[in-house]
Structures are given as C-alpha cells and as structure tokens.
Design a protein around this ligand. Structure first.
Ligand code: HEC
Ligand code: HEC
Ligand code: HEC
Length: 447
C-alpha cells in the first residue's frame, strides 16, 4: 500500500511538473522582443503562387494550412530562413528550440513519410519514435484530417531546403527526458474534437469552430491553463496569461470580451491587426502577421461568427480604486499618453486604439496592461498594413507608482471598470522583464 501511495505521489508530482512546464512552454515570445521585427518578408513565402501541375491543388491546400496553423510564428528565428526553425522558446525548465521543418532531407523533414508526419501532428511523436514537447501545438493539430496532414507535408517538401541544425534544447531534469511527455499525454492530451457540431449550426459556424479549435489553436493562449497545463474546463476562451501577456477574454462579455465588437470589427482585426477598437500587439501581432492576415475573407468571417457565438463569461467584481491614485494617474496620463491616445483616450481609429470600453485595459489580471506600458508594444504588420506601429516603452520614464496610478486610472475611466493596480505588481513585473536598470527595448521609441 505504501509503495502504491509512493508511486501515485511521484506520478502526481511528475504530472504537476509536466503541466507547469506545458503551461509555460507555450511561451515562444521572449519577455522583450530583442531580435529584429516580425518579418513580413519571410511571411511572403506563404503567399507565393503555386504553379499549375499534377498536384497543384494538394500543394495549395498545404500552403493554406501552413497559414491557418501559424507555423512560421514558431518555425522561424530572427534572421533565419522560413521553416528552418531554431527559435528559442523560454520555459522555466530551460530553452526549447523549434525544429527545422524545411524540405532539407538531413536537417529538415524532406525524407519524412506521410505516416511519420501524421503521427507527429496527431500524437506528438517524432520520426525516431521520440515524444515531442507540447510546446508544438499537436494537442490542437491532432484535429486536422489525414488528408490535411498529407497536403501540409507535400507542401513543406516544396519549400527551399535549409541545411541548418537548430541548437539542442537546454532543459533541466526531468523535462530533458522526453519520455516525461508520455505521462502528460495520458493526463492532459485532449481527445480529438471530432464532429461535435450542435444541431442547427450553420456550415459557416462549423468552419469557424474547426479553424479555432484545430489549426488556429486559439485557445492555446486565450483559455486559462489548469494546473496540468491543459485548457481549464468551463473557462474556454475566457482569457489566459502567457509569458506576461494577457490574451484577452474572447467571449461575449461586454467589458472584458468581444461583446461590443461586431463581426466586421473582428474580421478587420484579423486581417489588418487593427480596427477602431484595438490593435494586435505582442504574441497576437505574430498571429496576425503569419496567420490571420493571410486567411481568406470567408475564413476570417467564419471565425468571427464562431467567436460571436461564445456565451459571455461571468462578470467579475472589482474593488473600488482610491481617488488619490486616480487623480495622480490622470496627471500621468495627460502628460505621457495623450500625444497618441488623445484627450479622453478617444484614440485614432486603426492607428492608436481608444482606451475607453477597451477589453485589454479591463482584463481582471492587469499584467497585460503593465507589460504594454513597461515594455512598449508593436502592432503586427500585415500585407495590408505593413508599417510596424509601436507604442514606446515607459519603463525608463515612469516610476512603479506612476505606472500603477496610470493603469488604475485607465482601468476606471471612459466606461472602464477593473480592480486597481498595486505598486508591488508593477515592481514584480519590471524585474521579470529585466527592466530594473534602464535599457533599450525593441519598442523603446528612442532608437
Ligand atoms: C507555438 C509554436 C509552434 C507552432 C505554432 C508550430 N510549431 Fe512545430 N514545433 C514547435 C516546437 C517547439 C517543436 C520542437 C518540439 C520538440 O523538439 O519536442 C516543433 C516540432 C515540429 C515538428 C517535429 C519535427 C521533428 O524534426 O521532430 C513538426 C513536423 C512540426 N513542428 C510541424 C509544424 C507545422 C506543420 C506547424 C503549422 C501547422 C507547426 N509545426 C507550428 C513549435 C511550434
Ligand atoms: C500566441 C498567443 C495567441 C494566440 C495563438 C492567439 N492569440 Fe489572440 N491575442 C493574444 C494576445 C496576447 C492578445 C492581446 C493583444 C494586445 O494586447 O495587443 C490577443 C488579442 C486577440 C483579439 C482582440 C481582443 C481585444 O479585446 O482586443 C482577438 C479578436 C483575438 N486575439 C483572436 C484570436 C484568434 C481568432 C486566434 C486564433 C486564430 C488567436 N487570437 C490566437 C494572444 C494569442
Ligand atoms: C507614441 C504613441 C503612444 C503613446 C505615447 C502611448 N501609446 Fe499606448 N498605444 C500606442 C499604440 C500604437 C498602441 C497599439 C499597440 C497594440 O496594442 O498592439 C497602443 C496600445 C495601448 C494599450 C493597449 C490597447 C489595446 O486595445 O490593445 C494600452 C492599454 C495603452 N496603449 C496605454 C497607454 C498608456 C497608459 C500610455 C501612457 C503611459 C500610452 N499608452 C502611451 C501608442 C502610444
């Protein structure tokens, strides 16, 4: 009995570690962007016309799936070649590097059989039978059909071969043992969604659902993780914390979610990374650049229809802010923020987001707002809006108290309501983002 308890204990501990690892391993965006800007040039490969030929239809399908699956967000490092991998994903257990999935037979997947590729996408098993880490979104990609996987592989085999070997992972025990993922799979790997289409669902809604839960893997960021690192049940799309960015609530909640957004607001955001209400920065900027900006209008519309059908999350109570803090925050705002966001934070449509009735500002967890103010943020460029608009970093300019005050102020003005921000939270995030000492960030605005 004691032996059994011990085994169960060890299993629980291991799975908790695996879960925590998974939750964190999804963070491929470094705390601060240090490399060159998201590369629109690299994304162009996904728009290159595929010449007519015997299997042109399959190759076009594969190329399109590579857009839907956001493969380049992860399989492209700064100054690297498309699909050659080598992007380091930070985790508390060390760094994990994305694989080379170009057509190179030695370093890439040029020699892979369709069976091997299907097993990787569906079960997270590599060509040598080894477990792949769930930082690779196979828990979502497993919803692709065999035909889709065959098309993706056929397409990837037409990409330029790149003889590049990504660095070896630098993971600590026990995560350096790939077999530990087997345990995680038993506990947390979601079953395939299959055809769950509810009665009365339109084909368009179903298409949206299939993209969001499958190749789009939107819930990887937008659903909170449970202690095992899987989607928290009953909280689908209610917002998640990832690498110190908050991926907002996408449900119909009018304050924190998409309740006030029209279908067209959503499609414009996915196409251009901007609309009259918000701008896509941080990890979402990459999603726009490498994926949603290159989807068809029909697919963006289907996603919007699906998202607009998500029932509103329960509203969370907020504590009242202290009037002195609000007053100090208003002064900071008028000094540091109105140049772009304008008086009353009305902003400028598609350039500077308005901050009133703004969901990003009102997330229960203020980490996202603090990250944006401390480090600055860059809107993801897209074919229709190629200029990388940025908000500068304020870490070197404002004190922790000023940032707490201005955040509390914007979270409680112009129709917004959210709990005040504590100065300790600003200090903690500042140190996590390594901004204790003034230094240039990619978005410092002064270089
Ligand atoms: C969120 C980041 C992320 C995205 C998005 C992503 N990958 Fe990966 N992928 C990874 C990482 C990290 C690995 C390495 C996993 C490991 O070493 O265990 C990987 C590994 C792989 C492998 C295994 C390669 C090998 O040599 O074992 C394949 C195949 C693959 N990815 C294909 C794809 C395809 C196709 C897409 C788009 C549909 C995609 N990936 C999107 C992060 C990602
Ligand atoms: C890698 C993490 C990640 C993935 C994957 C991701 N998102 Fe996001 N998303 C974010 C973050 C972070 C933000 C907030 C951006 C900001 O503050 O500028 C966001 C913002 C959004 C917004 C705007 C919300 C608002 O109120 O401003 C929409 C809509 C959205 N995402 C839809 C999607 C869809 C649809 C998908 C899947 C196709 C997706 N996201 C995949 C991280 C992600
Ligand atoms: C130089 C112009 C500029 C200044 C000054 C500026 N911002 Fe921004 N801000 C932007 C841009 C551009 C964005 C869109 C970036 C994004 O969300 O990806 C933005 C986005 C934001 C967002 C996220 C909104 C959303 O929907 O994603 C918040 C919150 C914010 N700013 C607050 C502030 C605060 C507080 C200040 C003053 C301390 C400030 N900004 C100063 C340009 C600016």
């Amino acid at each position: 009995m004691r032996m059994l308890l011990r085994i169960v204990g060890v299993l629980v501990v291991l799975s908790l570690i695996a879960g925590a690892y998974f939750a964190w391993s999804l963070n491929h965006v470094a705390a601060l962007p240090t490399g060159p800007v998201t590369s629109v040039a690299a994304a162009k490969i996904l728009l290159e016309p595929i010449p007519d030929g015997p299997n042109a239809a399959q190759l076009r399908q594969g190329q399109y799936l590579a857009r839907l699956g956001d493969c380049l967000s992860c399989h492209l490092r700064a100054d690297g070649e498309p699909f050659a991998g080598g992007l380091g994903l930070n985790t508390p257990f060390g760094v994990i590097y994305s694989s080379n999935i170009s057509s190179d037979p030695e370093h890439g997947i040029g020699h892979w059989t369709p069976d091997q590729f299907y097993r990787a996408m569906h079960d997270g098993i590599g060509a040598q039978g080894q477990h792949l880490y769930p930082a690779f979104p196979y828990p979502w990609f497993r919803n692709l059909s065999r035909e889709d996987d065959d098309a993706l592989l056929a397409y990837l085999k037409t990409t330029p071969p790149v003889a590049y070997q990504p660095p070896g992972n630098q993971l600590f025990f026990p995560m350096n043992v790939r077999a530990s993922v087997a345990l995680w799979n038993v506990i947390s790997l979601p079953p395939q969604t299959g055809a769950q289409t509810p009665q009365g669902a339109t084909p368009e809604w179903s298409r949206g659902e299939a993209i969001v839960l499958g190749p789009g893997h939107c819930s990887q960021c937008h659903t909170p993780r449970n202690p095992f690192g899987a989607d928290t049940r009953g909280k689908a799309f209610q917002g998640g914390l990832l690498d110190n960015f908050v991926s907002p609530d996408l449900t119909g909640n009018e304050r924190t979610g998409l309740g006030r957004w029209s279908v067209d607001d959503i499609t414009e955001y996915l196409r251009t990374g901007r609309n009259a209400r918000a701008a896509a920065g941080g990890p979402m900027g990459d999603v726009v650049t490498y994926s949603t900006s290159m989807m068809t209008d029909e697919d963006r519309h289907a996603i919007a229809i699906y998202l607009k059908s998500l029932p509103a999350s329960a509203d969370v109570d907020s504590t009242a802010a202290d009037t002195a803090s609000i007053k100090r925050g208003a002064a900071v705002f008028s000094d540091a923020c109105t140049a772009c966001h304008l008086e009353n934070a009305i902003g400028q449509p598609t350039l500077f987001p308005p901050l009133g009735n703004n969901a990003v500002a009102q997330q229960t967890d203020p980490t996202g707002v603090l990250h944006i103010i401390l480090a600055g943020v860059r809107v993801g460029p897209s074919p229709t809006r190629p200029s990388p608009l940025t908000m500068p970093s304020f870490a070197w300019k404002l004190t922790d108290q000023q940032i707490a005050d201005v955040s509390t102020y914007i979270r409680n003005s112009w129709g917004n309501r959210a709990s005040p921000v504590a100065v300790e939270d600003v200090a903690k995030l500042r140190s996590k983002l390594q901004l204790d000492e003034p230094r240039l960030t990619d978005n410092s605005g002064d270089h």
